[in-house]
Structures are given as structure tokens and as C-alpha cells.
Ligand binder design. Structure first.
Ligand SMILES: NC(=O)c1ccc[n+]([C@@H]2O[C@H](COP(=O)([O-])OP(=O)(O)OC[C@H]3O[C@@H](n4cnc5c(N)ncnc54)[C@H](OP(=O)(O)O)[C@@H]3O)[C@@H](O)[C@H]2O)c1
Length: 326
């Protein structure tokens, strides 16, 4: 089968398609004929070598790819034969998804009904659970004013829609007119371009003086500027990534002085409770099936162009989800 192999950390061009043996499932696993594989921002950092710890010590060469949608092609020894042919979402161990066939634990599978396409389902899969988890972790209530950073991205586009459903007033911040236009179409109450000077003033005005919640996967200067917008006494910033490459810098004394909450969020804690994760994903898929949540697939690339997919994400040229279509 064809797969995208990474032999050496470095630039996107290091991702190359090769013929490799088709993997066979062990007990407790299935092989999935991949219809679409998600490309995560984190995987660009892994490929570059800046987040190689995410490989858990696996030596190169590797095939990246965590999230897949497809059809079960083979069931491991003593597995349930009824799974054969099922349309599913699945999670690899973190390796193997950028391929025509990938292995996933049978326990990770989530069925996908006919009302949602497999590419659309994978676009809403792990980030759907992430977005749901974030809304809960931030204890977002109706009427809260919520600032979402890098809101036009893969997580952001799901987040903005779920926040609107929870009754929040959403200030969606991103870079560039086309991203802001998309966010307006997705229902954001206010859109702000944070690449323009004075953006915090516009965000403050839009929110009516301050924001109750900041959802921040960017960190660095943008995360810090957003922190300054929080409502004294009750404001909370949920940090769940560092897309800028620089963590948010906040001192404990600043939290005390202004009565603010800083919360770290990792979806890993959600996925360690498979029943909860399955419920969160199923809920998102049902919303999509009912036309109440729009999966945003901004980019689709064949396996041969995996390097272009990574390059586009790194260039901040993408909106919504980026997929590889084998
Ligand atoms: N903690 C968790 O459990 C968890 C789960 C899922 C994802 N994440 C994190 O969430 C983040 C978003 O993931 P994603 O796949 O949805 O990516 P994404 O939002 O589609 O892409 C990243 C976006 O970040 C923005 N950005 C701001 N400063 C940047 C910089 N200096 N360099 C590059 N991009 C910059 C860009 O949007 P603009 O051009 O609009 O600035 C870019 O498009 C990642 O950091 C990821 O690791 C965390």
C-alpha cells in the first residue's frame, strides 16, 4: 500500500510517499481502509522535530497520522466479524494514519451514520471532542463573552459554532479578511483581525469592555494581549496549545491581583475516558447530521501532496480542517 513516510525530522519535503507492507491487525485491533485522514497542527511540529516527544520514543522512519475515517477492512484475531465493512472513525496510536490502510484499536472505533460523509466526520472527530471539552472546562454559560484565538482553524471553527450553541457572545479573532469572513458565516458575533495594530481595543469594544473567557491555543504575544482583556474578578483563560511556538507567560501574582483563573486543557484526559469521548463525538456528529453544525474542510490533499498540506498549515494559509485523501 501507499503511505507517507517520514525518514528524518525537518521541512515538509521530508514527507514522501512510499510503498510499504499493508499492516495487519493484531488481537483487539482492526485495519481500516482510510477514506480520509486528518492532519493536525501538532503533526507539523512533530515532523519539524520541535515536538518529537509526541512520538513517545518511536524511532524514525514513521508514518504520522492519528485520526482516520474509513471502512473496516480486516478484524484482528478473535475480533468481532460484524465490524467488517462498517463506516467508522478511529484513532491510531498516533502513527500510521497517513496511509491507504491504518490500524486502530477496535475499542477506539466510533460508527459513522450515512448522514455524514467520512471526510466531514473526521473533520469533526477529535477536534469535536476537544471543542466540547473546552466549552465545559471553561464553564461557558449563556451570555458569557468569549474570545477565541486563531478561530478560523480546525479546532476554532468547531469551537465558535459550539460556543454559539451554548449561548455565548463570541468574539472570533484570526488573521486576514478571508478568515474573518468565514467566521462571520459560522455565526461569530464579532470578528477581529489580530494582525492589525489596535486589535485588542477593537476586541474590547466588541465585547463591551472585557471578556469573560479566552480560549487560547496560540500563546506568546497574542495570548498575553488577550489575557489583558479578561474581566477582573471572574475572567478565565483556557490554554490548550502554543501554535505561536511560545507559551503564554503569566505570573501567579497577576492572577491573584486581578482575580483571574488560568486553566490548562488537554484532550488526552478526555480520551482516557473512551465512553465520554465517544459521547462527545457522537453528539457532534448528530449535530452535523441534523445540519446544525457545519464541518469546515478547508483543504484536501492526496497522499502524494502531504508535504504541501504541512507547508500550508505552517504558512497559516489554512482554514478549518486539512485532510489527506488516499
Ligand atoms: N490541548 C489539546 O488537547 C489540544 C487538542 C487539539 C489541538 N490542540 C492545539 O490546538 C492548536 C490548533 O490546532 P489546529 O490543528 O486546529 O490548528 P489550526 O488552528 O488549524 O492552525 C493553527 C493556526 O494558529 C494560528 N497562529 C497564530 N500564531 C501562529 C504562529 N506564530 N504560527 C503558526 N500559526 C499561528 C494561525 O491562524 P491565524 O493565521 O488566523 O493566526 C494558524 O492557522 C494547536 O496548537 C494544537 O496543538 C490542543
Amino acid at each position: 500500500m501507499r503511505a507517507v513516510v517520514l525518514h528524518e525530522f525537518g521541512p515538509p519535503a521530508h514527507l514522501r510517499v512510499a510503498d510499504v507492507p499493508t499492516p495487519r491487525p493484531a488481537a483487539g485491533e482492526v485495519a481500516v481502509r482510510v477514506a480520509a485522514a486528518g492532519v493536525q497542527f501538532l503533526e507539523t511540529q512533530v515532523r519539524a522535530g520541535t515536538m518529537r516527544g509526541a512520538l513517545g520514543g518511536a524511532p524514525l522512519p514513521v508514518i504520522l497520522g492519528k485520526e482516520i475515517a474509513g471502512v473496516v477492512a480486516e478484524v484482528g484475531p478473535e475480533g468481532d466479524p460484524a465490524l467488517l465493512g462498517a463506516r467508522v472513525l478511529g484513532s491510531t496510536t498516533g502513527l500510521g494514519g497517513y496511509a491507504e490502510t491504518a490500524i486502530a484499536p477496535a475499542g477506539s472505533l466510533i460508527p459513522v451514520g450515512d448522514a455524514v460523509g467520512l471526510p466531514e466526520a473526521v473533520a469533526l472527530y477529535r477536534y469535536g471532542a476537544t471543542a466540547q471539552g473546552l466549552v465545559r472546562a471553561a464553564r461557558v454559560a449563556a451570555g458569557d463573552r468569549v474570545l477565541v484565538l486563531a478561530a478560523a482553524g480546525a479546532v476554532g471553527t468547531v469551537l465558535v459554532q459550539l460556543l454559539k450553541r451554548s449561548g455565548a457572545t463570541v468574539v472570533a479573532a484570526a488573521r486576514g479578511e478571508h478568515k474573518l469572513a468565514l467566521l462571520g458565516r459560522l455565526g461569530a458575533d464579532h470578528v477581529v483581525d489580530y494582525s492589525l495594530s489596535g486589535w485588542t481595543g477593537r476586541a474590547r469594544d466588541a465585547a463591551g469592555g472585557s471578556v469573560d473567557v479566552v480560549l487560547d491555543h496560540v500563546g506568546g504575544a497574542l495570548g498575553r494581549e488577550s489575557f489583558e482583556l479578561l474581566t477582573p474578578g471572574s475572567g478565565r483563560q483556557i490554554v490548550f496549545g502554543l501554535s505561536s511556538g511560545t507559551p503564554l507567560q503569566v505570573q501567579p501574582m497577576e492572577l491573584i491581583g486581578r482575580g483571574l483563573t488560568l486553566t490548562g486543557f488537554s484532550t488526552g484526559h478526555l480520551w482516557s475516558r473512551p465512553a465520554l469521548a465517544r459521547d462527545l463525538v457522537t453528539e457532534v456528529l448528530e449535530l452535523a447530521a441534523a445540519g446544525r453544525l457545519t464541518p469546515v474542510i478547508g483543504q484536501r490533499f492526496p497522499l502524494e501532496r502531504a508535504a504541501d498540506a504541512h507547508a500550508a498549515i505552517e504558512a497559516r494559509d489554512t482554514v478549518g480542517k486539512t485532510l489527506l485523501i488516499p
